[in-house]
Ligand binder design. Structure first.
Ligand code: GDP
Ligand code: MG
Length: 177
């Protein structure tokens, strides 16, 4: 353990899931490093990124796993979900098919994930208002039906990105401590 790890009270693992191209890697780079990439290639995906977050008096190291493009080949394995306390399940509000896929990703979460995992449904690319194919209400309704948190985000404009990750981390903290 390095110096930074020793200062942390908790380490939380969480995963990003959702179809390819919805913006998972950019949500993560935004949250972990404050960066956005206009043309991110699936091959340059990192395995995970960390950021320390203060929740009340505790310092939490959030370790967020990214798929590194594996979702293209449906090759996400149980080890990806192992030990994960939270998930951001992401679709692209401009591509309805990625929203339809949420049922498939939920099933996978239920098959491989921890049963009391905190799941946040995220409709990303909210900046692309004119190409919207999924109404905000539809996302909200799905989240309510499945007892998930819900948020629309823009990794490009840095809207709600912090809020989505913090919602997940804070809820994990409430459940596990
Ligand atoms: P991933 O395959 O789910 O990891 O998706 P990426 O993060 O690689 O993003 C796919 C593409 O969508 C890239 O060209 C990004 O620049 C773009 N992108 C990601 N998030 C947003 C967003 O919030 N708004 C817009 N307009 N484009 C985005
Ligand atoms: Mg990616």
């Amino acid at each position: 353990a390095d110096l930074f790890d020793e200062e942390c009270d908790y380490l939380f693992k969480a995963v990003l899931i959702g179809d390819s191209g919805v913006g998972k890697s950019n949500l993560l780079s935004r949250f972990a490093r404050g960066e956005f990439y206009l043309d991110s290639k699936p091959t340059i995906g990192v395995e995970f990124a960390c950021r320390n977050v203060k929740v009340r008096d505790k310092l939490i190291k959030a370790q967020i796993w990214d798929t590194a493009g594996q979702e293209r080949f449906r090759a996400i394995t149980s080890s990806y979900y192992r030990g994960a306390l939270g998930a951001l399940m992401v679709y692209d509000i401009t591509r309805r098919a990625t929203f339809e896929s949420m049922k498939k990703w939920l099933r996978e979460l239920r098959d491989f994930g921890n049963p009391d995992m905190v799941v946040v449904l995220v409709g990303n690319k909210s900046d692309l208002i004119r190409s919207r194919e999924v109404a905000r209400e539809e996302g909200k309704n799905l989240a309510e039906a499945e007892s998930l948190c819900f948020m629309e985000t823009s990794a490009l404009e840095n809207l709600n990105v912090e809020a989505a990750f913090l919602e997940m981390i804070t809820r994990i903290h409430q459940i596990t401590t």
